[in-house]
Design a protein around this ligand. Structure first.
Ligand code: NAD
Ligand code: TDX
Length: 316
């Protein structure tokens, strides 16, 4: 008999991969709670819907009355993936980011404080550290928080709530901060699925600004393995950076994908830059390597080939 985990946002991209990973690589039972926003898709969870170790409850983590119904039992851990996750949306309308990312995290922390779960892992992001210049060293866990858009500010806020509940109440809380994920089942608003989908359909690919912004890409399964290790061996109160060690400019990412698809660069259409567009993210993952033994296994070329194959078969 395994543990019982409460996964939030498990109908989204990374959360659904994580549930799949845990059902395969542990004996744990899983309750997935998700409010099914535009980003949540039951197609992502269809393959384990019938497992006796899995149940789904539609629930908005920002609403205490809905959340209280989920605690019909005590959980061994909460892993909080639920979030508004798209930077461009946060620029147009930040309200849901405050509700879900800040208030939702607060509600989960209250549940841990009330003893309804033994521990919690907060799935955070490299964006909370702000932006690097091309010559800066990568972000470490000690890099000060300096978020530049409403999305990253809401994620940094939730990280600070976690810190405060750890310091004040000594709860078992851990933060992971990961770089840009890609892989099957990602929403088409994000850069890599958009490139693949538009290229397959001979549509223009919007490239913000000069295309020289840099992201550190990680295949989603590598991220899920890291979270699993943190769940097993992570130390309460600690932060773990997780990076793909695959820094690429946005232009390079497009060149690689179009090359693999046999499409021409003339599909690329330069558009106005994102407001407050962070120039570069890069992660120093040496802490999780040294302390937990995690390292990324899937190169960008291998991961992107798998991803392209999945979108060719399944669409967006
Ligand atoms: P996603 O947008 O694909 O999925 C988010 C899920 O949360 C969706 O299923 C949505 O329905 C659900 N959700 C939203 N608001 C909710 C609410 N109020 N109550 C319950 N469920 C709600 O996001 P993702 O890319 O899978 O990201 C998952 C987590 O990982 C987020 O916390 C994000 O900040 C973090 N993260 C993402 C990346 C990345 O590159 N995608 C990188 C680092 C960290
Ligand atoms: O159409 C586009 N054209 C373009 O040039 C889109 C959607 C993006 N871009 C650029 C902006 C970024 O420099 O591509 C890069 C990647 O953009 P996104 O996919 O929107 O990701 P990003 O803003 O880097 O944030 C992602 O990584 C950190 C996730 O969406 C976040 O949830 C995560 O925290």
């Amino acid at each position: 008999m395994g543990r019982h985990l409460l996964i939030t946002g498990g109908a989204g991209f990374i959360g659904s991969h994580f549930i799949s990973h845990m059902l395969t690589n542990s004996k744990d039972h899983i309750t997935n709670i998700d409010s099914l926003t535009y980003a949540g898709n039951k197609r992502n969870t269809a393959k384990f819907e019938k497992s006796y170790r899995y149940r789904f409850i539609q629930c908005d983590i920002s609403k205490e009355n809905e959340l209280s119904l989920v605690f019909d039992q005590k959980y061994d851990a909460i892993i909080n993936f639920a979030a508004e996750s798209h930077v461009d949306r946060s620029i147009h309308d930040a309200f849901p980011f405050i509700d879900t990312n800040i208030k939702g995290t607060f509600n989960l922390l209250q549940a841990v404080l009330e003893g309804k779960a033994k521990k919690m892992i907060q799935i955070s992001t490299d964006e909370v550290y702000g932006s690097l210049s091309p010559t800066d060293p990568p972000f470490t866990e000690k890099t000060p928080l300096a978020p530049n858009n409403p999305y990253s500010a809401s994620k940094a806020s939730s990280d600070l709530l976690i810190r405060s509940y750890y310091k004040t109440h000594q709860l078992s809380l851990i933060i992971t901060r990961c770089s840009n994920n890609y892989g099957p089942m990602q929403h088409s608003e994000k850069f890599i699925p958009k490139i693949i989908y538009n290229a397959l359909n001979n549509k223009n690919i919007p490239l913000f600004g000069d295309g020289l912004n840099i992201r550190d890409w990680i295949y989603v399964e590598d991220h899920c393995r890291a979270i699993h290790m943190v769940l097993e061996k992570g130390v309460p109160g600690e932060i773990y950076n997780i990076g793909g060690a695959e820094e690429k400019t946005n232009l390079e990412v497009i060149q690689i994908i179009l090359g693999l698809l046999g499409k021409e660069m003339k599909l690329v259409q330069k558009v106005d830059d994102r407001k407050g567009h962070d120039r570069r993210y890069a992660m120093d993952s040496s802490k999780i390597l040294k302390e937990l033994g995690w390292r990324q296994e899937i190169s960008f070329l291998e991961g992107i080939q798998k991803t392209i194959e999945w979108y060719k078969t399944n669409g967006v």
